[in-house]
Design a protein around this ligand. Structure first.
Ligand code: NAD
Ligand code: TDX
Length: 344
């Protein structure tokens, strides 16, 4: 198969490209990525010299660039996106351009070039927030609460429309929170691990009792692979790790694993519109496609912490420059207010 992977220089995309090239010796991959702040060619270093892999730097919202790469492609796996909730709260503009317009540009190009399959990589956040019990199934209404989640929900609806209107062979996955190597240190786990390694405070939003369902990125990549090859066109497949944890417990586990003091934890002002709990019912994906997550959270988080500890040059490079401005904008005032009030 000849695959076009958008967003392949990002966290999940880079893991997916490496997974496909390692497990399907007959496949070829074109990685298509704009290399925004979140994209990093270092994430693809293990495959950059592989003759079955080619990298193209371009924008998914650029119709000419997209048209040029889709010719002769068997399938598109669409991961390119603006992916961070806090950035979408500060400014949603680029989320609409990349996540919504970019998806439509790709869908149009896929249809015209008669690409065999289009896999939209979506998120559980499109379903909104849960109370203390229950889990999202594929039929759950779309109730996105952040501009990021709303832009992903809009993209999912455009994918559905392309299938229904034009008969494009398209399908959607919705996954819970990923963790693992190469994750940009704006997301909870890599941010807290790298801050702890640098003896900096861990900014926990609100009471820290929000719950996320964590999945190791390799389990997500395995799910994308089976949905791509065996999923039914027009269907939605949920993907989850079955590992529900409160943020405060994840933070404490990171500090304990690294032998750092609990005093590094800081309760800071909450994220506006913060979703309380996500949980995924992935039984359809298991039943129809035989997929199930394999990595237990305790082993996966320990290996992930060890990866960041061993790859200090990777994250120190990523956390310099524009990252410092982002960090100050997002956390500066919150951390100073927490210190002024003597909050732990
Ligand atoms: P990421 O932010 O690490 O990577 C996104 C990649 O997309 C980057 O390499 C970036 O350069 C690229 N990109 C951004 N705008 C682009 C554009 N206009 N044109 C081309 N490339 C562009 O994100 P991630 O965490 O790897 O997420 C990948 C996908 O998976 C996203 O669609 C996200 O919504 C979805 N997802 C993520 C999670 C998670 O927990 N991280 C969970 C479920 C679904
Ligand atoms: O500094 C922080 N402090 C904090 O308490 C950060 C960055 C996060 N949090 C909390 C907010 C959430 O409850 O941790 C939890 C996880 O936050 P994020 O890592 O920002 O992830 P989330 O908002 O849950 O969204 C993620 O999962 C679904 C990804 O970022 C999305 O791309 C994906 O679609």
């Amino acid at each position: 198969m000849r695959l076009l992977v958008t967003g392949g220089a990002g966290f999940i995309g880079a893991n997916f490209v490496q997974h496909v090239l390692a497990t399907h010796p007959e496949d070829e991959v074109v990685t298509f990525d704009l290399l925004t702040y979140a994209g990093n060619l270092a994430n693809l270093e293990p495959v950059m010299t592989d003759p079955r892999h080619r990298f193209v730097r371009a924008d998914v919202a650029d119709a000419d660039a997209v048209k040029a790469v889709v010719e002769g492609v068997d399938a598109i796996v669409h991961l390119a996106a603006e992916s961070h909730v806090d950035r979408s709260i500060a400014d949603a503009t680029v989320f609409l351009r990349t996540n919504v317009v970019g998806t439509q540009v790709l869908l149009d190009a896929a249809r015209r070039a008669k690409v065999g399959r289009f896999l939209q990589v979506s998120t559980d956040e499109v379903y909104g927030s849960l109370g203390p019990t229950g889990a999202f199934a594929e039929e759950h209404p779309l109730q996105p609460n952040s501009p990021y989640a709303a832009s992903k929900a809009a993209a999912d609806l455009l994918v559905r429309a392309a299938h229904r209107t034009y008969g494009l062979d398209a399908l959607i996955t919705r996954c819970s929170n990923n963790y693992g190597p190469y994750q940009f240190p704006e997301k909870l786990i890599p941010l807290f691990v790298t801050n702890a390694l640098a003896d900096e405070p861990l900014p926990l939003y609100g009471d820290g009792c929000q719950v996320r369902d964590w999945i190791h990125v390799v389990d997500h990549c395995r799910a994308l692979d089976v949905v791509l090859r065996r999923g039914r066109a027009g269907e939605i497949y949920n993907v989850g790790g079955g590992n529900e944890h409160r943020n405060i417990d994840v933070a404490r586990r990171i500090l304990a694993t690294l032998g750092k003091p609990a005093t590094l934890l800081r309760h800071v002002a909450d994220r506006p519109g913060h979703d309380r709990r996500y949980a995924i019912d992935a039984s359809k994906t298991t039943r129809e496609l035989g997929w199930a997550p394999r990595e237990p959270f305790a082993a996966g988080i320990a290996a992930t912490i060890a990866w960041y500890r061993a790859h200090r040059p990777w994250w120190e490079a990523v956390k310099s420059g524009a990252y410092r401005d982002y960090y100050e904008r997002t956390y500066g005032a919150r951390l100073r207010a927490a210190s002024a009030e003597g909050r732990p």
